[in-house]
Design a protein around this ligand. Sequence first.
Ligand code: SF4
Length: 374
Amino acid sequence: MGPASRSKTARHRSSLVNVLAHPPPGTILREIHQYLGHIGAPHYRYRQLVLSLQQRGTAFEDLRELPEPLRQALAARFGPNVAPLTPVAVEEAEQVEKVLFETRSGARVETVLSRYRAGWSSICVSSQAGCGLACTFCATGAIGLVQNLTADEICAQVVHPRWQKVIPTFADSIAFMGMGEALANPHTFTALDLLTTPGYGGFSPRRITVSTVGFAPNLRRLAKEHPQVTITLSVHSPFAEQRAELIPLERRFPLSENLAILDEHVVSTRRKVYLAYLLIEGVNDSADHLEELAQLVKSRSRPELFHVSVIRYNAASGADPSYRTPPSHRVSEFVAELDARGVHATRRQQFGSSISAACGQLHARSLLRPRRSS
Ligand code: SF4
């Protein structure tokens, strides 16, 4: 499907929905919906407003489908801007654009748009400003938790008019792989509701990936409430003691508990799940690691539905300085050796290593030299 027809699909996605579900609590749309009811506006005004927002209005005054007195009343009640994010810095490389957004409270988060040569695009969103889980390989973990993003702030990263410069419509897929642990933020669930509800985001849940280092209670909730969403669980070491050094959350919610949840999930949904393995030279790339990881996958309930994604470590500011990037051929060998042991594995495609590939790095650098964006 070409860009023009995809754009049409996105526009018609909403126009085909005549009756919109009530927006979830905790969102600005919920407040607007209630306000319109309170002032006695006709029902169709709310639908008009949602459609206008999807055509990328950022301010109430841009929503020309609404009569001017209503636009003014909305701006007076909710402030001039509908979008809760402002872009403050941008880095671009071939196929990738990384934007640093600022929330109304001044917190900063990163969003990355990747465009694949086949015409496919994917957006990687942040769920928290910073992160409190302190994984030792991660730039965001070095910042610490600033705040959970609201559902509006998460969704705004997907639909922000900023992307109009790059793609004609919304991205084809969404990955919760930016800053923060998505499942440590309860607002992630509200955002998923909004993104997948017909007439709002209208995204197929199969086009959404949620990545987690293993926040078990909410992994269980995700599997129950959004069973069609794709799940990626970070493993990074098959040995509990070492994994706890890389991912301290292992001590609260061990890998075994998270894998048991995925075992049930794949049996009930027959959906493939992904195990991320960040390869760090001299840390987790030995023959023992390989063998243990292969055994871990082969002992699953449905091993054919577990896919290992091997990621080459890139030095991140704030990460343990002893960690080293493995040679590229070592990553390919690791994948091939898993494959030879009967484990489905691929190397994750990584774009934009020239623009701070690891999440949180643009944020860290922006603290030193912010560059204003248009
Ligand atoms: S890897 Fe994820 S969970 Fe760990 S510190 Fe970084 S953002 Fe947080």
